[in-house]
Design a protein around this ligand. Structure first.
Ligand code: TYD
Length: 133
């Protein structure tokens, strides 16, 4: 399985400005149960630092930019989220960290399930143990 799965969200913009339409089971490869967004993050603040056991997510910066590091336990890849139609899929058992938020960044995330703290793996050692099984 490829560590980095980018989605080119359909941009329907024209001379009046941008317009991106996002539909579940279309551009987003799962039924969407939750949407959340991260904003007003200070440039020197990092977020994430966890993996999920089952949750699937798609993240896109609809304003500003950030960088997301994806780690499957063997390989670490860093992806710039720097366009409002460039989304990345965060699959289960992928450790992810978000860095380098610009002050204007709004990171929008689509999730396949409701919030459930028990789905989080917040220890990198535990994550490595799980993925190397
Ligand atoms: P957390 O997942 O730690 O944020 P990040 O991945 O950006 O570092 O979430 C921060 C807090 O918000 C934590 O207490 C869990 C809570 N939270 C919810 O209640 N619902 C949600 O949908 C999300 C994403 C977080």
């Amino acid at each position: 399985m490829s560590l980095v799965k980018l989605i080119d969200l359909p941009d329907l913009g024209d001379h009046r400005g941008g317009l991106v339409a996002i539909e579940e089971n279309q551009a987003i490869p799962f039924p969407i149960k939750r949407v959340y967004y991260i904003y007003c993050t200070k440039p020197d603040v990092v977020r994430g630092f966890h993996a999920h056991r089952a949750l699937r997510q798609v993240a896109v910066c609809i304003a500003g930019k950030c960088n997301i590091l994806l780690d499957d336990g063997n390989t670490r890849v860093s992806v710039d989220l720097d366009l409002p139609n460039k989304a990345v899929v965060i699959e289960p058992l992928i450790w992810h960290e978000m860095h380098d938020f610009t002050a204007d960044c709004v990171l929008l995330v689509f999730a396949s399930d409701y919030y459930d703290e028990s789905d989080y793996i917040r220890s990198y050692d535990e994550f490595l143990t799980l993925v190397k099984k």
